[in-house]
Design a protein around this ligand. Structure first.
Ligand code: ADP
Length: 392
């Protein structure tokens, strides 16, 4: 039955996060740059140690750029590529374990120090005559939890103990922050100096190229209107985020299928956008505690029953007190309340702007940057309910 349902997709996988397309539109230059950084390793095998840092905001193609590089190099016998996400592998040993497992499926999970693991990795590479490109993606998670020990150890082993360990591991760091380098030891910092690849936010026309490629790969011919692609690029260019653009495309496609029609049009995009707005994603909500949520709930309630595009902090504060009662919470004082507002504003869920003169602090206007209040309201309630359950 499922199989017979009409669909406009021909290969939905081409829209998944892990998919690496054959070509990377708008990142060809950065790919060449990465090859330039590692040209010694690539040309002569035994590299003078090099490492690179790819930085840029969410969805600017950091991961896919590194993976694309990895695919290219591992087509050659001498080279291997391992991509470790440090959010999921947030300790040195976890990160190294991921790499070691590529060579030895039975490598024990426990019982080895990071240094011993690096040594094992070196010798496995040596026996196989391989050179490894190791990417530490979202490396901030590793550093924040473990400090830069692993990175230091990696660079020290290959620098000072060259007689004992041939230089076989080149590292690609990925971080959102271009200043990530500052957190590292002097030696690694200086190797990175000329090897910084910062990815800019995508503009509208770049997003269109990326989207057109995915339309071609993922959809049956003629099922996606150009207007829809333009609209997605318009929306996603506010964040410069290709991930968001591709997600919108996918969701709009699913919506089209659910209506059992064979053309994706702008209305499907609008629908997808309302569902996918990045500001309303799980991560953002997970970062809020009960009081933040209650304040947000108040804002959404006021905006729901209101013709206005914004509410004032005075109104929100009164409503917050009432809403606290519903959730059996003691309302916090003025200063705390301002912290909540600031936090919500920083996370991008709400927009705040100070209007006119008047008493300081009471005339701030709050709005939801084109997110339906009803959606915020529902989601906030759900998270508050979840928190209640978790406490019991
Ligand atoms: P980041 O790691 O910077 O958050 P990703 O590399 O995960 O971003 O990219 C987000 C999504 O956008 C992925 O699905 C990726 O394949 C796609 N993407 C990003 N840049 C490009 C590009 N230049 N060409 C094709 N797809 C891209």
């Amino acid at each position: 039955e499922e199989l017979n349902r009409p669909t406009i997709f021909k290969n939905e996988d081409a829209l998944s996060f892990n998919f690496v397309p054959k070509e990377l539109p708008e990142r060809e230059e950065e790919l060449r740059e990465l090859i330039r950084v590692f040209r010694n390793v690539l040309e002569e095998g035994v590299g003078r140690k090099q490492s690179a840092l790819i930085s840029g905001k969410v969805g600017t193609g950091k991961t896919v750029l590194a993976k694309k590089f990895g695919k290219m190099v591992s087509e050659r016998d001498k080279f291997d590529y391992v991509h470790v996400n440090c959010r999921r592998n947030d300790s040195e040993t976890k990160a190294l374990f991921k790499a070691l497992r590529e060579y030895d499926k039975d490598f024990p999970k426990r019982g080895y120090s990071a240094e011993e693991m690096i040594k094992s990795l070196f010798s496995m590479l040596k026996i196989r005559g391989k050179y490894l490109f190791l990417t530490l993606d979202e490396v901030d998670f590793l550093i924040n939890k473990n400090g830069s020990e692993l990175i230091y150890t990696l660079s020290r082993l290959s620098e000072d103990e060259e007689s004992r360990f041939e230089d076989r591991i080149s590292v690609i760091y990925i971080s959102r922050s271009p200043s990530f380098r500052k957190k590292l030891d002097e030696s690694t910092k200086s190797t990175l100096r000329n090897n910084l690849i910062n990815l800019n936010d995508y503009n509208r026309s770049e997003l269109i190229s990326i989207l057109e490629q995915r339309v071609e790969l993922a959809f049956k011919s003629g099922t996606v209107s150009d207007n829809s692609v333009d609209l997605i690029a318009d929306i996603a260019s506010n964040w410069g985020n290709a991930r968001f653009a591709i997600e919108l495309l996918w969701k709009a496609g699913k919506k089209t299928d659910s209506e059992e029609i064979n053309k994706l049009v702008p209305e499907h995009v609008r629908w997808a956008k309302a569902e996918t707005h990045p500001e309303i994603r799980r991560e953002v909500f997970e970062d809020l505690d009960k009081h933040h949520l209650i304040v947000l709930l108040s804002i959404s309630k006021l905006l729901l029953g209101n013709e206005k595009a914004y509410v004032t902090t005075g109104e929100v504060k009164n409503n917050y007190k009432l809403t606290c009662e519903t959730y059996n919470k003691e309302p916090r004082g003025h200063t705390q309340f301002w912290h909540y507002i600031r936090k919500l504003s920083k996370s991008g869920i709400i927009d705040t702007s100070v209007s006119g003169e008047g008493e300081r602090g009471t005339t701030t206007e709050i709005s939801l940057p084109d997110i339906p209040a009803e959606m915020v309201n529902k989601k906030t309630k759900k998270f508050l309910e979840d928190k209640k359950e978790n406490q019991n």
